[in-house]
Design a protein around this ligand. Structure first.
Ligand code: FAD
Length: 446
């Protein structure tokens, strides 16, 4: 039955390419329309983050389509956060238990692998094809290529065309479609720490580096070639901000004072300040995701800020869950689409909330002694009761069987219990004697 169905996917980014593989493997005829040219032939514009943190949810989907091994080989494991204070003093905080880590992968490298694998499974990619209109009643697309617009009809359309989705644009003008977009006051700019002369890493390789400075931060993720990609998350306005430091000398002086141990490793700082874009960050919430035979997935349905490193992972999880529902309901799309959106929406709302909260944790709290103690106590709880107290970061990042919405709920209970623990006088020294069993019980009984 699936063989006769022709499905269009708008957007051949990370999530569209992943979805195309799942569906091609089910036997559907899949056409992907991508507005950019083939990134395997032309260099891609930097535009967005050069590398990404891939974690268990994303790996699970890659595993199901048979690519996890290949991608793990091309990634750099990051076992924890390496915090840099203003004096260059380093503090390492593991992300989870021994053997748990997230992976720094190249965005374009991953996308190219997915496109090639999709083609090997029979997917047809139409590059340089921009979707300029969607008729939801007809399940048809208007596609612009080389100055000509063509119209094509399909059995289903999947909008995987990112945060500024054209498919969602068509839905937004329908009756009772909920939509919101919220920009944060920070933007971001990327810089490079090149590899040393012999191709070596100039800082600890297996860590995500953070220079937390309360209202802003610099981070750096390792690349397999020995370099790091740094991202400055910085306010657009106010002082200091991209606006107040628009003169290169002022910017250099500020950087030198604020990130003194980073600057000697950043020979292209001023060049990249001029050349690299300053981009904005936003959360998009909308509903429904499915109207008639058209569905939104990935950032088109739920773009989030990048501070939990989960946007792509969540998009890959969308694909896995869609595939599972198609299994369960015998490829009956009329049944699958409503169930998919109802089940999935609370989870993507939860990760949107968690991602916003994690910005405060990364830029401010990680430098705070109380916060580090709290993490230490939670790590002890996890060690003593591995299944009964799983720290929030671990639930989101390493436990792909725990839904984001459940992680958020449990995390709030843990926070409540820990807030009380942290008020205990002398907790810095007395914490090893805490009644850990009773703390775990409080979560279970709350
Ligand atoms: P996109 O990647 O935006 O892809 C959409 C595709 O659709 C593009 O190829 C685009 O060209 C195409 N397209 C758009 N409009 C049209 C049209 N009209 N017609 C045809 N094609 C079109 N996530 C993580 O999991 N881990 C991280 O560490 C992480 N770090 C991030 C850092 C930053 C700075 C940012 C901004 C995001 C980060 N993310 C991260 C989030 C991640 O980048 C996104 O969630 C992910 O790219 C979403 O994939 P997507 O395919 O849904 O959308």
């Amino acid at each position: 039955m699936t063989k006769n169905k022709h499905i269009a996917i708008v957007g051949g980014g990370l999530v569209g390419s992943m979805m195309s593989i799942y569906l091609a493997k089910r036997g559907y005829r899949i056409s992907v329309f991508e507005r950019r040219s083939d990134m395997r032939k032309n260099s891609v514009d930097a535009g967005r983050s050069i590398n990404l943190a891939l974690s268990n949810r994303g790996i699970r989907s890659l595993d199901e389509i048979g690519l996890a091994g290949q991608l793990k080989q091309a990634s750099v494991p990051m076992r924890g956060r390496m915090m840099h204070d203003v004096n260059g003093k380093l503090t390492f905080q593991p992300y989870g238990k021994e053997g748990q880590f997230i992976n720094s992968v190249s965005r374009s490298g991953l996308n190219k692998v997915l496109i090639t694998e999709a083609e090997a499974n029979g997917v047809t990619f139409f590059f340089d094809h921009r979707c300029v209109g969607v008729d939801l009643n007809e399940t048809s697309l208007s596609l612009l290529s080389e100055g000509k617009t063509t119209h094509m009809k399909f059995d289903n359309i999947i909008g995987a065309d990112g945060a500024f989705s054209s498919v969602r644009g068509a839905m937004q003008i329908t009756h009772r479609f909920d939509y919101s977009q919220d920009y944060i006051e920070h933007g971001y700019k990327e810089f490079t720490i090149p590899a040393g002369k012999g191709g070596e890493f100039l800082m600890e390789k297996n860590a995500l580096h953070i220079w937390p400075r309360e209202s802003y931060m610099l981070i750096a993720l390792p690349n397999p070639d020995g370099s790091f990609t740094c991202t400055l998350f910085f306010p657009f306005e106010g002082s200091p901000s991209f606006k107040s430091l628009n003169n290169p000398n002022d910017f250099f002086e500020f950087f030198n004072k604020t990130f003194p141990d980073a600057i000697p490793m950043m020979p292209y700082l001023l060049q990249e300040l001029q050349e690299n874009p300053t981009s904005s960050l936003l959360t998009i919430r909308c509903y429904p995701w499915a109207i008639q035979s058209t569905l939104l997935i990935g950032d088109a349905a739920h773009a989030i800020v990048p501070f939990y490193g989960q946007g792509m992972n969540a998009g890959f999880e969308d694909c896995r869950i869609m595939n599972k529902l198609l299994d369960e309901f015998d490829d009956d799309w009329n049944r699958v689409l409503p169930i998919f959106q109802q089940n999935r929406k609370p989870d993507t709302d939860a990760i949107a909330t968690l991602a916003l909260a994690n910005f405060i944790e990364m830029r401010d709290l990680v430098a705070d002694a109380d916060f580090l103690l709290r993490k230490k106590i939670e790590a002890k709880l996890h060690e003593l009761f591995p299944d009964r107290w799983i720290p929030l970061y671990s639930m989101v990042t390493f436990h792909e069987n725990i839904r984001y919405s459940d992680a958020l709920k449990i995390g709030l209970k843990q926070q409540h219990v820990m807030d009380i623990v942290m008020k205990t006088p002398g907790i810095e020294t007395t914490w090893p004697a805490l009644d850990f069993q009773s703390l775990v019980r409080q979560i279970e009984e709350a």
